[in-house]
Ligand binder design. Sequence first.
Ligand code: NAP
Length: 284
Amino acid sequence: MTDLQQARLMDGTALARRITEATAASAADILRRTGTAPCLATVLVGEDPASVTYVRMKRAACAKAGIVSRQVALPASVGTAELVETISALSADPQVHGILLQHPVGGHIDERASFEAIAPEKDVDGVTMHSFAAMGFGLPGFVSCTPGGIMRLLDEYGVDLAGKHAMVVGRSAILGKPVGMLLLGRDATVTYCHSRTADLSSLVRTADVLVAAVGRPRFIAGADVKPGAVVVDAGYNPGNVGDVDFEAARLRAGLITPVPGGVGPVTIAVLLAQTVEAAVRLLG
Ligand code: NAP
């Protein structure tokens, strides 16, 4: 096989850079007009290494875009009431424009109640029922960042979704389910697959646009990818491996996201963009 027969890569790093440049310009403009920089509060419960890394990456990205980040670190032993109280205080704090609760928060905590303590106008990670409903109704609001990033990638590469068979493997509330709703909103014909789906392999072979959001390394076989399909791999597994067998899939796909350097960077860029958008709305 020559390079000519390989799929074109969807470069998430480059797109994230462009989004972040525009976000930084907006953040600088807000600071100039109001004397206040946009501020994202990050809430971390416990010391799970992956969560610590994610929060550190998000705070570093904020710094590059001129967004102030306020870190709130709570011990793993914190209870639901205290966590909800902490988030409610951030929701009421006029100096905070966006709130990110890093999950998972620990099995003993009511995660949904904690998310719901985020004021809708500060829900820049798109995790509240308000944001989910707004997305479902096609109304303005903040989208969950990874689905939002996936749509930006598809738009960046001019993927025409109308009438296409889009398949989402995974149905989590923050990723699989919302990305399917966004694809439906763009007139794709959407199929959701999950752990109870029968004969996944045959279904994948019919997908014009495939979004993998499973959390299992190389779960989607390259041989199952429909020739010319658009493959978006949201999976991020230990060892920097996605949910799709990339090397085999790129020989059949038309467009494909690498892991790393695909969905991940755009997800963070969307978080920053939505934080600045929240600051614009709150500060005027
Ligand atoms: P999750 O909550 O664990 O959901 C996984 C989904 O995969 C579930 O809907 C599950 O089905 C489905 N699934 C599991 N085994 C399956 C099987 N054998 N066949 C078909 N479907 C199966 O995970 P998540 O939070 O959505 O994350 C998914 C992946 O995306 C992970 O690798 C995660 O690290 C990555 N991720 C990346 C970003 C980013 O910024 N790039 C952000 C978030 C997540 P059931 O519902 O039936 O259990």
